[in-house]
Design a protein around this ligand. Sequence first.
Ligand SMILES: C[S@@+](CC[C@H](N)C(=O)[O-])C[C@H]1O[C@@H](n2cnc3c(N)ncnc32)[C@H](O)[C@@H]1O
Length: 280
Amino acid sequence: MLSASNPYFKFLSDHYGGERAEALWLSLQAKHGSASVRSVDLGGSESYQLDTASYVVAQSVPDVSHKIVLDLCAAPGGKSLVIAHRYPRVNRIICNEISKDRRFRMKANFDRCLPPEMNERMEIWGRDGASLGFENLKKHLGFDGVLVDAPCSSDAHHVEQKGSGADFFSEKKTKALAQRQYALLCSAILATRPGGWIQYATCTLSPLENDAVIQRVCEKKSDLITWEQIPLRDASVESLPAGSMSHGERTSYGVRIFPDQYPGQGPLYTARLRRRDAGA
Ligand SMILES: C[S@@+](CC[C@H](N)C(=O)[O-])C[C@H]1O[C@@H](n2cnc3c(N)ncnc32)[C@H](O)[C@@H]1O
């Protein structure tokens, strides 16, 4: 167990209360070796495996059949692959990634997991996602939808590497990441056509990188966007309607899948915005 003076545990306790902080910490530890994984088979030579919560979030984006979608922070390409799987008639997925090494890894994943006719629809870009939307203003691109799977504290990854040390975390770092995430989200909004959607995701427990980022955008960019609730599946309905999630816990602005509630899954957080129609 982490000591009460550990900055990560203290932060979790301040935001979730001591009891839930303990449950969250234990569930992150328990995830190693018993993670819940989904396998996505797109008809390539290999299938792609990812955390169930990542799968649930990626397949919850609105219907993009015949549309052009931008995955702003795309590598190693897991969520783009899930979108291609969910909407095989997508026109194009622009998979943007700032890191060259990670772009190579993503390309290799696409080559292995996608049949040629789908691979042709995956376009890899290497721009800085935080400025892409400002270029878009000049070029008038206007994507139908933009996924912002932002760089974040990645709690589960760090806990796996550092174990009970959990010294990856500081309040200063999570605040700095929230600032980067806000910049990426503002850029994504500008890259989206009027009426298009923007879906934000992180894999951290930190509310400063989750609801607080969405709250800030809603307050500061209300001239450009509206907030949209992501529907959760009605248990009595068997099929999953486009744009909705099979499970998760509602927050003020989004939905979270945390491993204390859904063993082996997440943490994953997501929220959706809609670009206002021109003149609205
Ligand atoms: C959470 S990971 C994305 C995971 C990916 N969506 C998936 O499901 O496989 C975030 C990615 O954003 C990239 N990134 C960080 N800053 C960026 C920026 N300014 N522009 C574009 N990509 C960025 C990181 O290199 C990292 O690969």
